[in-house]
Design a protein around this ligand. Structure first.
Ligand code: ADP
Ligand code: MG
Length: 649
């Protein structure tokens, strides 16, 4: 913008309800660079409207506006913002400073949007403030400054990016005459240094400073008087170097702007602490619910898996007989010891044991109890994963040895505490047997059951007097698919027996069906928890919308000094994401705090299991919520009309 600005037949009308009011009518105006022009006129004559058009805050309904020969009619909002940022400095009657940040930070804002390095812009802002007599006041908030001082801060802000064209809309209107005089002195001084200055004022004295006085009435120019000639200016030499030379790389400026919006966001959030906390509460409870449900679900799943593991999932049980309801009465081949040998020699079989169950009274001296006696092989304890806590396994099982292994329940039931059980002979039915080992209680059975194990040969020949086994229990090798193994066993036995006269029972099937049920259930609970999170998210959106309308004025100021739409967008998105992230962190913390409570309330040994995955998911979730639910309010903010937003206060 090196020579001048030019308005040609510019009209601006406002639609007020059904009727349209034309505020500027056919304005033709040229302002040369280096001029200082005063615009005067009664209130409502259209001065501010004209200034807004000159400053690219507003666009004419018809007519053309050229800046340095370029028409602004075709420019996008962001291109207009660029012109404001790089060439124009606004000075308003009511200063329009941001109240929550220091004078220095206020001055810096346009330079942030111009991608100026932090060190450069801070230095320059401090220099400008010092030049305007505000040394020592840089770190005061606007509220702590007098009106005249605030107006000087706003002049510094207008100059930070260069401010070739300074538009001052009644800059002295809110000031006492002394401060007003000072401001006018500064503006004429700036003009002498080469800035083009347009001042809207009531103050007739301004005419003394101005080259031209333009008078508006009812939206028309009714007078345009030259008072004095333009003196040759010293150029803009009084200013530090042009800031665009100090632009930084994109990623740096992005980080810079992100940091600024983080600072702004945290300030805005802490300015409304109660509201922030209430907004966050929705997210906190939502995230806590989801994380807790996931952790408890994981815990429940783990417990089920542990339980099932104790059951042994890689086990197959085989029973003789066609099926549970077989009543054909056909004679069948029972399972035999040679079936057992063949099965045990299969490559996928880890170990195999017969299992013959009978109920018998057991007795030691005066004490007796009813117990379940199982005839098993040496491998049985390995197959079932039962640990011996005392003594050892049977020495052999082929010879119907009269040895017995008892569980803890049995030991407690028939032995006194001071009697050692190992080596004692007890009576099982009428058969005496020596206790060779004590096994840990197996809680897969009912906890009070008394279990004893004897070599299957002993049970078959001495207790039952039969040659066959009722069932065989097989532990598969760990890497074997239980389904494939079950098929192979079925085939093998069918071939040996000539008929499928046995039942196969695969414990892996139970595990899978339990897991499926568990999955469905936790999915259901997760959906419910997610609904609460969703409602929390709506709360965020609601509060963000309120925040945007409350801060319309701030948005207007930022736009006036050259913020792009994306800058405004980023600012509000940052705020929304910040609230949600903080809510997410607190939600995880809350979940950690309440989960033990939950599991103790459930009166079980259910321990919640927290995984990094869940925490990470919660983070991603809350960021996503911030992004999705902050988007609408942020977009609303970014699309505001700068003139309308500036006017709201
Ligand atoms: P001045 O600054 O000279 O006092 P303005 O330019 O602010 O006058 O306003 C000129 C006229 O335009 C006034 O009558 C005002 O009511 C009207 N006006 C200004 N802005 C709007 C708007 N956004 N919508 C409707 N009318 C407006
Ligand atoms: Mg006005």
């Amino acid at each position: 913008m090196n020579n001048h600005i030019e308005l040609k037949n510019v009209c601006r009308a406002y639609i007020n309800g059904a009727q349209s009011v034309t505020v500027l009518k056919d304005i033709n105006l040229t302002i040369a660079s280096g001029e200082i022009v005063a615009i005067v006129g009664a209130s409502g004559s259209g001065k501010s409207t004209l200034m807004n058009i000159l400053g690219c805050l507003d666009v004419p309904n018809s007519g053309d506006y050229f800046i340095a020969g370029q028409s602004v009619a075709d420019l996008s909002p962001d291109e207009l913002a660029r012109i404001r940022r790089e060439h124009i400095g606004f000075i308003f009657q009511r200063y329009h400073l941001m109240p929550d940040i220091t004078a220095l930070s206020n001055v810096e804002i346009p330079a942030i949007y111009a991608n100026t390095k932090r060190s450069v812009r801070r230095l320059r802002a401090a220099q400008l403030l010092a030049r305007l007599g505000l040394e020592g006041r840089e770190h005061h908030n606007p509220g702590a400054l007098s009106g005249g001082e605030q107006q000087r801060v706003s002049i510094a802000r207008a100059l930070i990016n260069g401010g070739e064209l300074i538009l001052a809309d009644e800059p002295t209107g809110a000031l006492d005459s002394c401060s007003g005089e000072e401001v006018l002195q500064i503006l004429t001084e700036l003009n002498r240094q080469g800035h083009t200055v347009v001042i809207v004022t009531h103050d007739r004295k301004v005419a003394e400073y101005a080259h031209r006085v333009i008078e508006l009435r009812d939206g028309r120019i009714i007078a345009d008087n030259c008072c004095r000639a333009i003196e040759p200016s010293a150029g803009l030499s009084g200013l530090p170097e042009k800031l665009s030379d100090n632009e930084q790389e994109d990623w740096r400026s992005l980080w810079d702007r992100t940091r600024e919006s983080l600072i702004t966001a945290s300030k805005a959030l802490s300015a409304h602490r109660l509201r922030t906390v209430l907004t966050m509460a929705g997210i906190v409870f939502g995230i806590a619910a989801v994380v807790t449900v996931m952790a408890l679900g994981q815990g429940a799943k783990q417990r089920t898996l542990d339980d099932i593991k104790k059951l042994g999932t890689n086990m197959v049980s085989i029973y003789s007989g066609g099926d549970y309801f077989d009543s054909s009465g056909k004679s069948r081949r029972p399972l035999t010891l040679s079936d057992l040998d063949v099965l045990a020699s299969q490559s996928f079989v880890d170990s195999a044991s017969p299992e013959i169950l009978i109920l018998q009274p057991v007795r030691f001296r005066a004490k007796s109890a009813n117990a379940a006696i199982e005839g098993v092989g040496r491998d049985y304890f390995r197959v079932e994963g039962i640990a011996l806590i005392e003594g050892s396994n049977f020495s052999d099982y082929d010879d119907a040895l009269q040895e017995v292994i008892i569980d803890e329940n049995t030991r407690n039931a028939i032995f006194h505490d001071d009697e050692g059980s190992l080596g004692q002979t007890i009576l099982i039915g009428s058969v005496p047997a020596k206790v060779v080992g004590v096994a840990r209680n197996n809680h897969n059975y009912s906890p009070n059951r008394l279990s004893l194990w004897m070599p299957y040969t002993t049970v078959m020949y001495r207790l039952l007097g039969q040659q066959n086994v009722n069932s065989i229990i097989i532990r598969l090798k760990d890497d074997t698919s239980s389904e494939a193994a079950a098929n192979a066993i079925t085939q093998l036995l069918t071939q040996r027996h000539g008929d499928k006269d046995f039942m196969l029972f695969n414990r892996d099937q139970i595990r899978r069906s339990i897991e499926r049920t568990g999955k469905t259930l936790s999915l259901l609970i997760l959906v419910i928890a997610s609904i609460s999170l969703f409602i929390g998210s709506l709360g965020v959106m609601n509060i963000m919308l309120i925040s945007v309308s409350e801060r319309t004025h701030e948005i207007g100021i930022r736009m006036a000094v050259g913020a792009r739409r994306s800058d405004i967008m980023q600012q509000f998105m940052t705020e929304a994401i910040l609230v949600c992230l903080a809510g997410g962190v607190l939600g995880i913390a809350l979940s950690l705090a309440i989960a033990p409570l939950f599991s103790s309330m459930a009166g079980s040994t259910l321990t919640p299991i927290y995984s990094w995955k869940a925490a990470f998911l919660a983070f991603v979730c809350s960021t996503l919520i911030g992004t999705v639910f902050g988007y609408l309010p942020a977009r609303k903010a970014a699309r505001m009309d700068p003139v309308v937003s500036l006017a709201s206060e």
